[in-house]
Design a protein around this ligand. Sequence first.
Ligand code: URP
Ligand code: ZN
Ligand code: ZN
Length: 464
Amino acid sequence: MTLLIKNGTVVTAERTFAGDVLIEGETIRDVHPGIAAEPAHQVFDASGMLLLPGGIDAHTHLDMPFGGTTSSDDFETGTRAAAIGGTTTIVDFAIQGRGTKMRDALDTWWKKAEGKACIDYGLHMIVTDLPEAGLEDMDGMVREGVASFKLFMAYPNVLMVDDATIFRALQQTSKNGALICMHAENGSVIDVIVRQALAQGKTAPIHHALTRPTTAEAEAVHRAIAMAEIAGVPVYIVHLSSEDALNQVREARDRGLPAFAETCPQYLLLSLEDMQRMPGFEGAKYVFTPPLREKQNLPKLWDGLKKDNLQVVSTDHCPFCFEDQKALGKDDFTKIPNGGPGIENRLQLLHHYGVNAGKITLNRFVEITSTAPARIFGMWPKKGTIAPGSDADIVVWDPKAEHTISAKTHHMRVDYSMFEGFRVSGNARQVFSRGELIVDQGRFIGGAGRGRYLRRAARGGAWS
Ligand code: URP
Ligand code: ZN
Ligand code: ZN
């Protein structure tokens, strides 16, 4: 089938222009103004609309066992909500069980996605264990298109690994071209502070945030970048939350090091002060790691995005229902499952509070939500742009559509929204994934299981 999207304004990371988009099957064939419609073409009129490359959320946790429970969105509900919000690709995290092969985790996560994923998906591998044979296991993952690994400097006794493990993984990437993603917080120091707080009877959700100083994040970011520098490889810091941590990335980049970082909407739009205002146990809705920071950090993160010291905005979507999952920590904040929902709202929030507020340009909006993650994680130019040869993942974006974010109307399988009541202008009107119309006027009309696993290339953009 040939589809012609006419009269839209195409927005890429580089430019904004009036252009028609010709799609044959799953692929974009041509993009320029005035493409003549032929009788065989199905014509879609996008007058007054922006045409954006499908959003790429490079950090999601669907159907993930964590904190004694499992994240509440599975690959069907999570990717459906993502699509409705204009995201056509995610990169989720498989977790290697300690003492087991990464291969087993990959099989498990493929099964979780099978028959469910509504959009295309890649996988990162979380490394919890790296014996000598594990290095070959890493190379095997790269051959399967798992071109990135996440290692944790936090969550002692659960996911945290030591510096030797991190350094060996980093060194191995110089051979296999993968990218190491670091959860950078000094977990051992935080653990001491947490125990002291509990001993003093500080059990409420706010103490999750108060026991995780920004210096513990900055120290770990510094250490991660230093280890990558010694290994001579790039590194990517996930969910960076504070000015202190950002300063470490900026200093490294100023020295010419290939250090990259993402932040998330919650760190750009919510603060510790907001959490402090929450009555009773409500603060549990905002228990994620790293935590919300004091409000003076927020403009610094926006500035980091503008100046390219932060390259990507992902969601770290890791939803747990308030009523029966967050409640596990009613008497002890350390038992609140860490994570929050957001996969559906990323584009709406960044368009409104970024572009409409004059903090970032439309092109930068496309870059941080689609093009940069595609490049960094080895999916470009198949994903992340509107150009001949690319997958026809296109969001017909109505820049004027008004929407109020609410748990009452969202599509994520979770009983609260972190952005309840936020009013936004700009929303996805239609979403095409590989040429198929999967969202129309806020309604998902694609099928579960249509999403394909993406084999991502090693030596992606972080290496060049
Ligand atoms: O609190 C969070 N961020 N939960 C998800 C796991 C992680 O560290 O990314
Ligand atoms: Zn993390
Ligand atoms: Zn995460």
